[in-house]
Design a protein around this ligand. Structure first.
Ligand code: CIR
Length: 268
């Protein structure tokens, strides 16, 4: 692997995060939790996540929590940003729709050109993966065809590749981008099938991780942030793709079906 993606090595200007509400333990979960969410630990982990992000972007914007929205720390779902354009989503879960308001205002304040997903469109940012000038988008329980269409309209210069997500929550629940035209993907049949569809549309390579949930890593600039919760087995592999590799534990957010990417919106 003798080349580097120049664009990936630029430090983004902002990361938007949203603080953990008092109601966080009532967030949506696909399965009933055997062990509840520890709010104090979640807040500690969130602070650590922010501390790491502060090293990787110019400025971290911390939006206030809102107890009316237990899922609000999963801020990634509320907007897709590329270049100077933002698409404010219409989240698939009705209880999360109001989360977009403060995010929309923030994106406008930052001077981005802001588009909206309109009804009946549904789109969660967790279904959108930006790779090499393309947008891979999961058609999932949260994102429908109209949502995919809204994405294509907001970013007409980008190739949009729809991918059926038949299991799990989002596209990025099972795969993400490590850099150098390569995805990290769960070893499950479902995730491998998704990669097969992606590879029919574009030239991307893949590496595998064997534990469900471990394939959601956050690539920011020249760094890969990965979930240490699943062990450090893949760290040496990630080091082939980035100059720096940082483990972060977000076990309490995993309980709420979220990964590392879910907790921020990165603005180039
Ligand atoms: C939800 O079900 O909407 C949240 N509990 C988890 C959202 C995770 N977000 C993401 O993967 N982007």
């Amino acid at each position: 692997r003798g080349y580097k993606d120049v664009s990936l090595h630029q430090k983004p200007r902002y990361a938007i995060v949203r603080r953990v509400p008092n109601t966080f333990s009532q967030c949506i979960t696909m399965e009933k939790l055997s062990k509840g969410i520890d709010l104090r630990l979640a807040r500690q982990q969130h602070s650590e996540y922010i501390r790491v992000l502060k090293e990787l972007v110019d400025e971290v914007i911390e939006l206030p929590m809102d107890d009316a929205y237990p899922d609000c720390p999963f801020v990634e779902d509320t907007a897709v940003v590329s270049g100077s354009t933002a698409l404010v989503t219409r989240p698939g879960a009705a209880s999360r729709r109001g989360e977009v308001e403060v995010v929309r205002e923030t994106l406008k304040f930052l001077g981005l050109k802001v588009f909206e997903v309109c009804s009946p469109g549904l789109l969660d940012g967790g279904d959108v993966l930006h790779v090499d000038g393309m947008l891979l988008v999961g058609k999932s329980r949260r994102t429908n065809d109209e949502g995919v269409q809204a994405l294509a309209s907001a970013f007409p210069e980008m190739q949009v590749v729809p991918v059926e997500v038949s299991e799990g929550l989002h596209l990025k629940s099972v795969l993400s981008f490590v850099g150098q035209h390569t995805l990290v993907v769960e070893e499950t049949h479902n995730a491998q099938e998704m990669v097969r569809i992606i590879q029919q549309a574009c030239m991307l390579e893949s590496i595998m991780v064997s534990i469900p949930g471990a394939a959601n890593v956050l690539r920011v600039g020249n760094t890969i942030v990965y979930p240490s919760f699943y062990g450090r087995d893949w760290e040496s592999q990630y080091m082939l793709f980035a100059e720096k590799v940082i483990p972060v534990d977000i076990s309490e957010f995993h309980k709420g079906d979220g990964g590392l990417t879910c907790l921020s919106i990165i603005i180039p």
